[in-house]
Design a protein around this ligand. Structure first.
Ligand code: PMP
Length: 423
């Protein structure tokens, strides 16, 4: 399709890897869902800033002031990228996992949490101190909304509650009905946090339009692999909570008490949860990626990705032994994340062969979403060991899967090579 734009320039396109069959080949990074390569633009911005690096919020010198400005500007850029409401906070964290653990630590007393079993472990597990209701995997987006409605209807609406939803699955790539789920939550007095780790790199995310209370994502999946993530959204629960980490930067005033102890007044801004010297390069690189994706235009990026998804899915459809894993079916809207199993093959051996014989990097396993992958594979969890690479004997079901994923930097040749290799 000639109308589809070129890939955005990313790092790593000139990396070559050895093949077991002899010679070398350019590396085909098809594991964007785990970590995407840095956009060239992000790398250039970071390199241009690096000589001027200084500490944030901690110095009177010029470079410290500059770094503080860049860090706070990055916050504003991210707020714009997510279409945040007035009064929302943007907290820089280490990752999506960190962001969701931060929110979990900020839940009000007695908060209930509702989460689907289909979530990535980063969304499923942080709510250890809450009363958690785990919802069964739905088979349609409508069933997801109905399942949530049913569970919420049984709760006492006077108490606080949080619904944690994923924008795009890291296993099936399928889009979830976020707006409808958030509306159902709102109607039952619950709040919503959106895990946008897999959504934000592929689609625009508007906190306002989706009407979610918080959103979390990771820089390294958004072409900004410098160690930062984001939690953005309502200030009230964050400001009422104890700081996620205690230390410098989170505290406004600290004094000794008469009885020998220490009194602390914490900040009420996002700094409350950002104790310690901030990762300015991480924040700056995320802001750079937000600008680059916005300037490239999500309409254009989505069109290109749809074209690549079509190539991969039609290529896989020609191989009768391949089964693509899906909850919502073939027609569901999705991002460039496709998991599958190949009859007669151990998925880990298959992925290893793609690497060794074709220079293609994919992922194998249960993708930190064990309940979902087990549901999709239809296998008995009791029969499985840990998330390793269990052997599937002849005629047996695969116990793990293969995942190919791609995005704004993926050239046609990489997905074409992948399809040829699978064939
Ligand atoms: N949620 C989803 C949907 C993910 O795909 C991932 C990463 N695989 C995470 C959360 C966790 O992200 P991170 O490892 O950057 O914390």
């Amino acid at each position: 399709d000639r109308s589809v734009c070129s890939p955005l320039p990313v790092l790593g396109r000139d990396v070559t890897v050895p093949l077991v069959t002899g010679g070398e080949v350019s590396y085909a990074a098809l594991d964007y869902a785990a970590s995407a390569p840095a956009l060239q633009r992000v790398w250039d911005d970071v390199a241009a800033y690096a000589p001027y690096y200084g500490s944030v919020h901690r110095g009177a010198g010029y470079l410290s002031q500059l770094s503080t400005d860049l860090f706070e500007n990055a916050r504003r850029t991210v707020a714009g990228f997510l279409d945040c409401r007035d009064g929302d906070q943007v907290v820089f964290t280490r990752s999506t996992t960190d962001s969701l653990n931060l929110l979990a630590a900020a839940l009000p007393a007695g908060c209930e949490v509702f989460v689907f079993e289909t979530e990535h472990h980063a969304s499923l597990l942080p709510w250890r101190d809450a009363r958690v209701t785990v919802l069964n995997a739905p088979r349609t987006p409508g069933e997801a909304v109905a399942t949530l409605e049913h569970a919420l209807a049984a709760r006492d609406p006077r108490g606080p509650a949080l619904v944690c939803v994923t924008g795009a699955s890291n296993v099936t790539g399928e889009l979830w009905p976020v707006r409808e789920l958030a509306a159902a939550a709102r109607a039952h007095g619950a709040r919503t946090v959106l895990d946008a780790a897999q959504l934000a790199p592929h689609h625009p995310v508007s906190v306002r339009d989706l009407d979610v209370d918080w959103v979390a994502f990771s820089g390294h999946k958004l072409y900004a692999p410098f160690g930062s993530g984001v939690l953005a959204g309502r200030a009230d629960w964050l400001t009422a909570a104890e700081p996620y980490l205690a230390g410098g930067g989170a505290s406004r005033r600290v004094s000794r008490r008469e009885d020998g102890g220490v009194d602390v007044e914490w900040h009420e801004s996002a700094a409350r949860h950002e104790a310690g010297s901030p990762n300015v390069i991480g924040a700056y690189s995320i802001a750079s990626a937000c600008k680059a994706l916005t300037e490239a235009g999500f309409d254009t990026l989505v069109a290109r990705e749809r074209y690549l998804i079509g190539k991969v899915r039609s290529g896989l459809a020609e191989v009768p032994e391949v089964r693509i894993l899906s909850l919502f079916g073939d027609d569901a809207p999705r991002v460039g994340v496709i998991s599958f199993v190949v009859e007669g093959w151990n998925s880990s051996h298959f992925a290893a062969a793609l690497s060794a014989e074709y220079g293609i990097g994919v992922r194998d396993g249960l993708f930190c979403a064990h309940p979902l992958v087990r549901t999709l594979l239809g296998s008995d969890p009791q029969a499985q060991g840990e998330c390793g690479a269990p052997e599937a004997g002849p005629g047996e079901k695969s116990l793990n899967a293969i995942r190919v994923s791609f995005g704004a930097g993926t050239p046609d040749e990489h997905v074409e090579r992948f399809v040829t290799a699978v064939r």
